[in-house]
Design a protein around this ligand. Structure first.
Ligand SMILES: NC(=O)c1ccc[n+]([C@@H]2O[C@H](COP(=O)([O-])OP(=O)(O)OC[C@H]3O[C@@H](n4cnc5c(N)ncnc54)[C@H](OP(=O)(O)O)[C@@H]3O)[C@@H](O)[C@H]2O)c1
Length: 349
């Protein structure tokens, strides 16, 4: 194995209180290891919509120059003196929030990579051993780089409350063809559930079918798509699980599509601006006995559950496009264009 350099070319996001933060490829140090740290040679990083959001001035954006992106996968190249969980050569990925390895009744996610902490847009990163997870041997580094945020969020949405975990025979509504939603689709199918997926694009509908969606509804051409999706469930009773990605844009439809006692997991908003429309009235939950559950990514147990699902049924995360490391800005633009199906990845040499 080549020796470990002391410096590296890494991306840095410089916050801009008046607009979009600039990203630049600059020289930086390869981090030194504390006793419980692991040095990971990051082979690939993936983008999430929030990586675009944190370039804007928001309460959860970086306040100082920071290595962007939260998600990546690579190989262990060195370990601190007290590390026991990993050894050189192990294939790993880091948790979105490094402190989220503890499992408790009230999860406290803490600071996250690519926002309050240096992220994965660099060839080498040091991570506490408790914040790392072994990745499946059956998938590439590019595919594994998609797991930490989108994959873990989807897993937490479907499995985070044990007595409500998705199971064979359930019906799951999947919204759009973004990163989180495709993980929901693949996890639901791996569990033996049936899936109705939505998209704005007939071309993307074919890809959803190829991934196992039982039915596809076009939410752009069907103004009452929640009701249409519900009508596709047996007896029109509605969905057991819905992972809502759009807030005010999708929640009214999610509520309409849900069955009595359903779980609606709220993960996102389609408009994060301060003037975004209000979320809908959810008092119908009284009658429908709906469980609304917000999730913020997930903990190490969720990540390990996601890995077990991939290893168990041998499914592969959907990578839409892989960009060169130098082309990170192009990767952001492509993600924001919304033309992707699944994940946008940057390969790190
Ligand atoms: N809470 C958490 O922990 C967490 C974690 C990850 C992401 N999120 C949030 O979850 C959301 C999705 O994230 P992502 O990374 O998966 O995004 P993404 O990859 O950028 O997905 C965007 C896709 O969502 C679909 N979409 C957009 N507006 C829609 C609408 N009104 N109705 C139905 N579908 C719509 C579109 O699919 P089509 O092109 O097929 O129409 C679009 O391509 C974002 O708001 C993100 O911030 C939250």
């Amino acid at each position: 194995m080549a020796s470990i350099p002391t410096t590296q070319k890494q991306w840095i996001l410089t916050p801009n209180p008046a607009g979009v933060g600039a990203v630049a490829l600059v020289d930086g140090p390869v981090p030194e290891l504390g006793p419980t740290d692991v040095l990971v040679n990051i082979k690939a990083a993936s983008l999430n919509y929030k990586d675009h959001i944190v370039r804007l001035p928001t309460p959860f954006s970086p306040t100082v120059p920071t290595v962007p992106l939260s998600d990546g996968a690579g190989v262990v190249v060195a370990t601190g003196a007290k590390v026991t969980r990993f050894a050189k050569g192990d294939r790993v990925a880091a948790l979105f929030s490094p402190q989220a390895y503890t499992v408790g009744r009230y999860p406290v996610p803490g600071p996250s990579l690519g926002a309050q902490l240096d992220g994965t847009a660099r060839p080498y990163g040091a991570f506490d051993e408790q914040s790392l997870v072994r990745i499946p041997d059956s998938i590439s580094f590019e595919e594994a780089s998609t797991l930490p945020c989108a994959g873990v969020t989807a897993y937490n949405g479907l499995y985070g409350v044990k007595e409500r975990a998705v199971r064979a025979g359930d019906w799951v509504l999947v919204e759009g063809t973004g990163g989180v939603s495709l993980f929901v689709l693949q996890l639901a199918k791996a569990a033996g559930a049936s899936v109705v997926a939505t998209t704005s694009s007939d071309a993307k509908a074919a890809k959803l079918k190829a991934l196992g969606a039982d039915h596809v509804v076009n939410y752009k051409t069907d103004a009452d798509w929640g009701a249409s999706a519900r009508a596709l469930t047996p007896g029109g009773v509605g969905f057991d699980h819905i992972v809502d990605i759009g807030g005010h844009a999708t929640l009214p439809h999610s509520i309409k599509a849900s069955r009595f006692g359903a779980t609606i997991t709220v993960v996102g908003k389609s408009d994060y601006s301060p003037n975004a429309p209000q979320e809908p009235d959810i008092t119908t939950a009284i009658y429908f006995q709906t469980t609304f559950r917000g999730v913020q990514v997930g903990n190490r147990e969720h990540f390990e559950g996601l890995v077990a699902s991939i290893e168990g049924t041998k499914w592969t995360p959907v990578v839409d496009k892989v960009f060169e490391f130098k082309d990170l800005e192009e990767a952001y633009k492509y993600l924001v264009s919304g033309s992707h199906v699944g994940k946008v990845v940057v390969k790190i040499d």
